[in-house]
Structures are given as C-alpha cells and as structure tokens.
Design a protein. Structure first.
Length: 94
C-alpha cells in the first residue's frame, strides 16, 4: 500500500490557519485513490516538536512525503527535509 505523509512546516507566528492545500490533496486522493493512505502532520499545532515528527515518520513509514510551507517557514521546511533524508531514517523507511 502506498502511504503519503503531508507535513505543514512551523513558524513563529501565533496565528494558525488551516492547511487547506494539504487538506484538498488529501481529500482528492482519498476520493480518487482510496488505496493510498494519507496522513497529515501540522508542526504548528500544539507546537509539535521535530522529535514528535520523527516518531510519526518512523511509525507511519510513508512511501512519499510532501512538505507545505510559506517563505517565512523555509528554515522549518529545510529541517524537516534534512531529518527525512538523514541516514538513520532513510534505512528505517525502506
């Protein structure tokens, strides 16, 4: 089974908006391709930590990961990508 993990990067702003783009993608995939398991992870909610993200990543074992971010969230997006590509996680995800 294909598994897609969609991640919303964090920022330092107190305002939180719904990750509509990720929600649209998730909904469309669930309707058109029910065989694909989709999971959303928003680092902004409850100020989720990168450690929590890594635990989710290893537990879910996605075949594809998407990262959603605004330009002000580029540092968080880079950190997410770095952690996904790290040697210790790459071997465990395969």
């Amino acid at each position: 089974m294909q598994r897609l993990l969609l991640i919303k990067a964090s920022n330092d702003f107190p305002a939180i908006t719904f990750p509509l783009g990720m929600m649209y993608i998730s909904s469309a995939l669930k309707n058109q391709h029910p065989e694909i398991e989709v999971n959303l992870f928003d680092l902004r909610l409850k100020r989720e930590t990168y450690k929590t993200f890594e635990e989710k990543l290893l537990a879910f074992k996605p075949t594809v990961v998407g990262i959603s971010f605004l330009s002000v969230e580029i540092d968080s997006a880079r950190e997410i990508a770095r952690r996904i590509r790290s040697e210790e996680h790459t071997s465990e995800l395969q």
